[in-house]
Design a protein around this ligand. Structure first.
Ligand SMILES: Nc1nc2c(ncn2[C@@H]2O[C@H](COP(=O)(O)OP(=O)(O)OP(=O)(O)O)[C@@H](O)[C@H]2O)c(=O)[nH]1
Ligand SMILES: [Mg+2]
Length: 444
């Protein structure tokens, strides 16, 4: 991608609207906009202009904004042309600026240039895309925090700690015969532990951020007829799934995207878990287990009318306790205020009971979704990189205990640093950048 090429794109969404924006970035942006408007332009001033086609006919009139490098989003000369928001008008404007020497921008290319010109780091560029695409208020607030650099700052802090450690260790290596004493002196073990604890906390926060970005995945599980599909329909607000009194109604995994109190949720309704001999049901049950295995939260429904059975207990033994929420359904079948399991959560989709508590418990899995003043947006690749870095620190600590070898430890720390730098983009392959930016929208 030659950086001197000037790129252009319609930055507003397809369709009609009051205003539509064509954006230009690159060394020829100003010349192209001046040729388009038959006038000269000055930086950061709102300028009303007419826009002409090649045959000197007026395409439209509107506002022109010129941002001179490096004081622009991309760090290059940028022009925003605000015209009327009709697809034909905007197409004609785009065609004209391309005729004057711009080329069509690829998806995410403005942001990519902003990254390459050091205006934002990689997590901030990703946060812009996440902000635009956020499916809930909590997600948009978290994306904004990442955009403001909260996540990057913590990664940089950790990086600094590791650099300091490496400097000490590498200095010790230069005085090989005194290496061991030197390493003991500066309390390497304690410093390594501190960095590990910090990294672990950051990883936990990033996990929360990832959940906001991807949505919390929730699987509804239970015996046939437990009321799973009825709960899906209740939460989705429409008849997404077939509900009948016949056990084994649901076979495929049904997926719905919902938002509960501002938290994006991907909810899966699954086949009832039973010992069926029917091959279709068996495949449904296999898929149910698969969905349960991948979920952030599993809601296990027990029919309150029947109470907890031996089969329920056997299945519950197989479910991981960490993300399990046991819920008694059909509480309307019990006598008023009867609750055989005093600690249990009782709901009824039919009588609309217990739903607030259930929603509390689901959203509670994103710990500070409403008073969240520190959750930032993170992606799976960030979580993966943090996990790799954590593994390296653990390895460094282990190696240090076992052999007291500064050399091995220095190598582990170097790798941890590399993993951290991948997050913010200091070390990143073209391949990775290509993958990240191509998922952005055109014009961003
Ligand atoms: N009384 C009462 N009945 C309910 C309630 N929720 C669901 N049911 C009934 O229970 C039966 C089974 O409901 P479903 O939602 O299909 O149950 P399921 O767990 O999806 O069943 P499978 O798909 O067969 O595994 C239906 O007849 C529902 O009308 C409830 O809150 N109260
Ligand atoms: Mg069902």
């Amino acid at each position: 991608m030659p950086a001197h090429e000037t790129i252009a794109a319609i930055a507003t969404p397809p369709g009609t609207g009051g205003i539509g924006i064509v954006r230009l970035s690159g060394s020829r942006a100003l010349a192209i906009a001046e040729a388009l408007s038959h006038s000269s332009l000055v930086p950061v001033k709102i300028q009303f202009r007419r826009f002409f086609d090649a045959g000197e006919q007026v395409i439209d009139h509107g506002l022109c904004l010129f941002f001179k490098a490096p004081h622009s989003f991309s760090g290059e000369d940028c022009v925003e042309i605000q015209a009327h928001g009709g697809p034909i008008v905007l197409d004609m404007l785009l065609e004209r600026v391309c005729g004057l020497g711009a080329r069509l921008a690829r998806a995410g290319e403005f942001s990519e240039r902003a990254f390459l010109n050091g205006k934002v780091d990689l997590t901030q560029a990703e946060a812009i895309a996440d902000l635009i695409e956020s499916g809930s208020r909590a997600a948009s607030r978290a994306a904004m925090r990442s955009l403001e650099g909260r996540f990057s700052q913590q990664v940089h802090d950790l990086d600094d700690d590791i650099v300091n450690l490496r400097t000490y260790i590498e200095a010790a290596l230069d005085f090989a015969e005194e290496e061991i004493d030197f390493l003991n002196d500066i309390d390497i073990g304690r410093r390594l532990d501190e960095a590990t604890v910090k990294l672990q906390a950051l990883l936990e926060q990033a996990e929360q951020g990832r959940t906001l970005q991807e949505g919390l995945s929730v699987s509804l599980a239970g015996l046939p007829n437990a009321g799973k599909s009825s709960l899906l329909n209740y939460l989705a607000g429409y008849e997404a799934a077939i509900v009948t009194e016949i056990a084994g109604t649901t076979r495929d995994v049904l997926r719905e995207h919902i938002s509960l109190r501002g938290v994006p949720i991907r909810i899966n309704d699954t086949a009832g878990l039973s010992e069926s001999q029917n091959p279709v049901e068996r495949e449904g049950i296999r898929r149910a287990w698969e969905s349960i295995g991948q979920a952030d939260v599993v809601i296990y429904l027990v029919d309150a009318g029947k109470g907890m059975t031996g089969e329920d207990r056997r299945i519950l033994d197989d479910l991981a306790a960490a993300n399990l929420q046991l819920v008694y359904s059909k509480s309307d079948l019990l006598a008023e205020s009867e609750a055989p399991d005093p600690a249990g959560l009782y709901i009824s989709t039919r009588a609309d009971r217990g739903m607030d508590k259930l929603v509390d418990s689901i959203t509670g899995h994103i710990s500070d979704y409403n008073q969240d003043n520190h959750t930032f947006m993170a992606r799976r690749r960030h979580v993966d990189a943090l996990q790799r870095a954590l593994e390296c620190l653990r390895q460094a600590a282990h190696g240090f205990e076992q052999s007291r070898s500064g050399e091995l430890m220095a190598e582990d720390l170097r790798q941890a640093q590399h993993d951290l730098n991948e997050i913010t983009g200091e070390f990143s392959s073209d391949d990775l950048l290509g993958r990240i930016f191509s998922s952005f929208c055109i014009g961003k």
